[in-house]
Structure formats: C-alpha cells, structure tokens
Design a binder for this molecule. Structure first.
Ligand code: GLY
Ligand code: MN
Ligand code: MN
Length: 443
C-alpha cells in the first residue's frame, strides 16, 4: 500500500519552536486538549481533538495539557496526559502514557494529568506572562486562575506571580493560516477522497431513494479510506437544498428535483469541504440548467481572482457580480445592477459569503481583515469558493424557479502563480454531470 501523507513529529516540534520563540523568555504558553462530550447517559461522542492542541502536539488523546516554557533547563515542552492503565485501557482504548508522551510525541517532560494542580503553579512561578486561550472553556479558565492563586500564595517565599495574561489564539491561528507542504499533502488526500465520494453520490442517485441513502454512500467512501466526516453532511433534495445547513437528510428524492450535497472528508483532523448540486433523475430541467450555469459561472469568476495579493473580498465580489448579472438576465431581479449591489438586494437569493479559510477546522482560523482592511491572499492559504442561489416560493417570483437551491463549492489553494483547485476530482459542468449520471453505477 502506498504511504499515506502525514505530518512529521519534526514539524510539530518546529511549530512549538515558533511559539516558544515568539512568546519570549518570561512567558509560558498553556494549551489544553479537548474533553470527551456526553452524547447520552454514559455514551460519548466520538472524540475530536482540539485543533490548536493537535496543531502543536500531534497528540490525539483527551485529558491532556501542553505547556511551553522558553529556555527551561529541564526542557521547554511539558505534556500532562493520562497514565498507562491496562485495566482502563481494556475498556476505553490505548494510551500513550508518560513514556509515550516523551518517546513518541517529543515531550521533554511528561506528568500524569492528575498532577496538574500540584505542578502547574511551579511552572508558572517567576514567569511574567501567561499565554492561553481565554474564554474557550470555563472549567479550564477556572483551573488556570486556581494555579495563579497557587503561585500568589507563595509570594512571601519570594516567588513572583505572573502579571500579564495574553491570548495565544492570534499567534497560533496566523501560523495555521499558511499551510506547509506536509499539510497540503494531507489536505489534497482529504480533498481527493471527498471528490470520489461526491462522484459516487452522482453515480448511485436514483429517484425515490432517500437522502440518507445517498449520505450513507458518501460516509462509506470516507470511512473506507479511514476518514471522518469533517462536518455533518448536508444532503438536501428539492426545497431542502434551500436550507443552508440542512442535516436531517431524511426525505425521499423526487424526480424533477435537484439534490444539493455539501459533504467533506476529514483526514488527520484536516478538512475538505465540497458542494455539488445535480438532478435526482440525471437530467437538468431548463430552469435548473439556467440557474445552475449562473452559479457555475460565478464560481469560475471567483476562482479566477484567487492569486497572491488579491483581496479576500475580491473573491466574493467577483461571484456576486456574476450572480447579479444572471439574476437580472433571468428576470429574478428587476432593479439596476448598481442599486442591487448598493442595497444588497441579491441577498434574497444569495445570503452567505463566498467562502472561508479551510484547514484543521472546516471554517478555519485566521483573520479575514488586517488593520481594518480585507486581507491579501498569500501562497499557502486554502479557502473554499462556494457561491449559491436559493429561490424561495414567493408571490412575484415565477413558479418555475421555486425551491431551486444550488451551491457549488471547491477547495482552493493559493499558489505562487495563482491557485490550485484541490477538489477538481469531481465534475461540475452540466454536460459532465449528466453523462456521469447516465452511465450510472450501483451502490
Ligand atoms: N460545509 C459548510 C460550509 O460549506 O461552509
Ligand atoms: Mn464551506
Ligand atoms: Mn460546504
């Protein structure tokens, strides 16, 4: 089997070095892992690691805290985690343990998570500044302040308590915004499998199937490649396609309707995010075709703006301009283009923006504005480009358009010379969709 792309432990160590260098000698950075969340009674949701924690550690267990301490003689990276415990592991699975945290994950020192309250005040002693993600988790906030009080209690022994708390978010999120080659390899893989899943959905879709049956085909493609769903798949036929985050996925699919599928695979915690819209019975009606082509043209126009130095908002404005032209041509908007743009009248049919950053989070971190101005794109950023049109059933709108919901979404990497569409593996041209569906192919 071919080697699967992955992020090396050296790369995780380099990321921590960048944080250590940035925060400086008198500071400490604390990053907590995700906790298990109850689904019902004593059953939990599948564990998903906190993205910042994972980005800096590669450690995929709950009940862990990473502490970065510049210039510390005993080592700059301390990882608190669960101890090995054969009896507990028989019930809930393997643990790296204290030795694994050091040997495999590169911690200089590792302690049982049960010793956090005892050891943290010592790590914070005589430090000036604490970097952490305030307000993300109230229980953790309370713990941090308890440790602070633990240091304050020692002032008469000549120990100085931290005086400054800073947010760690911006530093780590700016790092996460620019993807490394290894991250891109992982993201390409997630994108490719997601594209395969959408292709299979088009191949299996038949009138009278249920939305969840198509969802199951997508989930099967993800799981057979060891991937998770990056977010709950949206599989909406007919008017359900007009609900932006429709996740019930339980209605039958009717001939003559479109099916909108927004589904992405997650690989090693990195997301892909694809939307395709296609006719349930394999043939676009003239009205569907006309609207679909407008959205597709808007998407091409938006993707065409993606290059270094373009403004984040250029991508959205390019899509809006083409969508508005199309809505005017089709008689769905009757005002002058200037007025439609100035008063955002298009929002009746296009109420979301054209994309978002993509990475460890599907709506990934990183600022969209810098010093009050739209951010300029840079090589290594990954964004989605996802224009859509959603036509309500309303008086004043020709019924031939009612309930048509269309979105087309791809994942796009900014390169030195322009861009690369990571999700090009699934078709989106009308003729290509129709011929793929005509070929069909069972479940
Ligand atoms: N799948 C959510 C989105 O496209 O933003
Ligand atoms: Mn998206
Ligand atoms: Mn999406």
């Amino acid at each position: 089997m071919a080697a699967m792309p992955e992020i090396s432990f050296t790369e995780y160590a380099e990321r921590r070095q960048r944080v250590l260098k940035h925060i400086g000698a008198d500071s400490v950075a604390i990053i907590n892992a995700s906790t298990l969340k109850t689904r019902n009674h004593d059953a939990e949701y599948i564990f998903r690691q906190d993205s910042d924690f994972y980005y800096l550690t590669g450690f995929n267990e709950p009940e862990a805290v990473a502490v970065l301490i510049p210039n510390r003689a005993e080592g700059e990276y301390v990882l608190f985690c669960r101890e090995r415990d054969p009896a507990a592991e028989q019930w809930t699975g393997y643990r790296a343990g204290i030795e694994g945290a050091k040997a495999k994950y590169g911690a200089n020192e590792s302690y049982p998570i049960s010793q956090l309250a005892e050891i943290m005040p010592k790590l914070l002693a005589n430090k000036d500044c604490v970097y952490y993600r305030m307000g993300m988790d109230w229980i953790f906030d309370k713990q941090v302040f308890t440790w602070l009080n633990g240091v304050r209690a020692q002032v008469r022994a000549g120990i100085k308590a931290p005086t400054t708390f800073k947010m760690l978010d911006e530093l780590v999120h700016e790092m996460r915004l620019i993807k490394s080659e290894a991250e891109l390899a992982v993201m390409r893989h997630a994108a490719q499998i997601a594209a395969q899943a959408h292709t299979r959905a088009m191949q299996v879709c038949q009138t009278d199937m249920y939305e969840y049956e198509v969802e199951a085909v997508i989930a099967h493609e993800f799981r057979r490649h060891g991937m998770e769903t990056a977010y709950t798949s949206i599989v909406g036929g007919g008017k359900n396609g007009c609900i932006l985050h429709y996740i019930e996925n339980r209605d039958p699919l009717n001939a003559g309707d479109l099916l909108l599928i927004d589904a992405g695979a997650e690989y090693q915690c990195y997301a892909s995010d694809i939307t395709r819209t296609f006719p349930v019975n394999g043939k676009f009606s003239p009205a569907q075709k006309a609207l679909y082509q407008v959205v597709l043209d808007a998407q091409y126009a938006a993707i065409n703006t993606v290059r270094p130095d373009a403004l984040w908002d250029d991508v959205h404005q390019a899509a809006v301009s083409v969508l508005v032209d199309g809505l005017i041509n089709l008689g769905l908007l009757t005002e002058a283009k200037d007025k439609i743009l100035a008063d955002s009248l298009y929002r009746k049919f296009y109420m979301h923006r054209t994309g978002h950053w993509l990475g460890l989070d599907v709506h990934d971190v990183g600022a969209y504005k810098v010093e009050g101005e739209w951010r300029r794109l840079q090589a290594g950023m990954v964004l989605t480009v996802e224009p859509g049109l959603y036509i309500p059933a309303e008086e004043g709108i020709d019924p031939k358009w009612w309930h048509i919901g269309i979105r087309i979404e791809d994942d796009v990497l900014v390169t030195e010379s322009g861009c690369e569409v990571l999700t090009a593996g699934v078709v989106k041209e009308i003729s290509a969709i129709e011929s793929l569906m005509a070929q069909g192919k069972g479940i």
